[in-house]
Ligand binder design. Structure first.
Ligand code: FAD
Length: 378
């Protein structure tokens, strides 16, 4: 096993780091305050190939692989977690279309996703009454003529109001996971609309909306995969998505640690820099060690994915460990900054607000533990 990055992976990491430093990070605080949406930053990411990092070049992707994607995600999340989640979901949607779409669907959607023409993609699985248990979803799709009519409501959909294409899961058969299919719904389709954006604690520059499907008619060619295959597609997409969210959490944690280290060297108490106090050093040391574990677990899961091996358990472990680590790290970083950590003049309070959701979305920590335990007990 090698822990060295390839030249191409290092290049992707540097490209992302440079763009984050120049464009994304300087806009992050204002984006958080205004609650806007980072359309311009996303277009820039598209130009750099970062909206289709693991998508083949023939569809406009960077074809740089899952490890490069994890590295890029850490960089972008460190600059702006809101921009990072928009990027994460768009990459996930592109990968799911690449993996399960037919050639016509790939040609129709992937170039628009990777080039930024769509701005973003969205992934609509959760519903008002269904989150951790998507096998119980109630949105329906019934055949009508040569197409399908979708009815129901999706909840918490990231990018929902700014997505050129949304992957929507709906029930086409009986109860349970086997009755679920998957559809590609394009923006502007009659009967498809976004509701009021959620007023969130963090990720305030990301768009999270309910989506309404009211007699929303799509052609049969909009069905992704076979009828009844939807649940399997969702689970496979979420395995990859969890590497993205683990990497997002790690990136936010690394940024918080960077802020805490810088502050600890500058701030004085009792006649010396607070960095000279061992209690402060221990907080920084724990942060560093735990973040390195999180980083390596995300990269290991990504490497397994890239090698074409099974990676679902590794992705769940990485997401669980990285998200819970990053919440602890941001909390400690705030402690290091004392009162200044709690005010908006410094970015640490934003990191803490932004990072909290990483233990919730793309499967809560409890659901990751279920995935891991199932494997242990097999
Ligand atoms: C900002 C944001 C963005 C999101 N973006 C998207 C998106 O783009 N697309 C999308 O489809 N969804 C999205 N989600 C939804 C997200 O994935 C769900 O919130 C998450 O899966 C949890 O579902 P829930 O909120 O319904 O909680 P519930 O499923 O109701 O769970 C509530 C609590 O019960 C626990 N619990 C549930 N079942 C079990 C069990 N079997 N064992 C132990 N504990 C259990 C959970 O861990 C949790 O602590 C987003 C959510 C947020 C907050």
């Amino acid at each position: 096993m090698t822990l060295e990055l390839t030249e191409a992976q290092t290049l992707t990491q540097r490209t992302a780091r440079d763009y984050v430093a120049r464009v994304i990070a300087p806009r992050a605080a204002e984006l958080d305050r205004s609650g806007g949406f980072p359309i311009e930053s996303l277009k820039g990411l598209a130009e750099l190939g970062l909206l289709g990092v693991n998508v083949r070049a023939e569809y406009g992707g960077a074809e740089a692989g899952a490890v490069a994607y994890a590295l890029a995600m850490m960089e972008v999340a460190g600059g702006c977690a809101s921009t990072a989640v928009a990027m994460a979901v768009t990459n996930m949607v592109a990968e799911v279309i690449q993996a399960f779409g037919n050639e016509e669907q790939r040609q129709r959607h992937l170039p628009k996703l990777t080039s930024g023409e769509y701005v973003t993609g969205a992934f609509a699985l959760s519903e008002p009454a269904v989150g951790s248990d998507p096998g119980a979803l109630t949105t329906t799709a019934r055949r009508q003529g040569a197409g399908w009519v979708l009815d129901g409501q999706k909840q918490w959909i990231t990018n929902g109001a700014h997505a050129g294409v949304t992957v929507v899961w709906a029930r086409t058969g009986g109860p349970g996971a086997k009755g679920i299919s998957c559809f590609l719904v394009e923006a502007g389709t009659p009967g498809f609309s976004a509701g009021r954006a959620e007023d969130k604690m963090g990720l305030r520059g990301s768009n999270t909306v309910p989506l309404l499907l009211e007699g929303c008619t799509v052609p049969d060619g909009a069905r992704l995969g076979e009828e009844g295959e939807g649940f399997k597609i969702a689970m496979m997409a979420l395995d990859g998505g969890r590497i993205g969210i683990g990497s997002q959490a790690t990136g936010i944690g690394l940024a918080a640690q960077h802020a805490a280290v810088g502050y600890a060297k500058e701030r004085h108490a009792f006649g010396q820099p607070i960095a000279a106090h061992q209690a402060v050093q221990f907080m920084l040391a724990n942060n560093a060690a735990e973040l390195e574990a999180a980083r390596l677990m995300c990269l290991r899961a990504a490497a397994k994915k890239q090698a074409g091996e099974r990676f679902g358990v590794e992705a769940a472990q990485a997401k669980l460990l990285a998200s819970e680590t990053a919440v602890r790290v941001c909390n400690r970083a705030m402690q290091v900054l004392g009162g200044y950590g709690y005010i908006r003049d410094f970015p640490v309070e934003r990191y803490l607000r932004d990072v909290r959701v990483t233990t919730i979305y793309e499967g809560t920590s409890e659901i990751q533990r279920l995935v891991i335990a199932r494997e242990q007990l097999r």
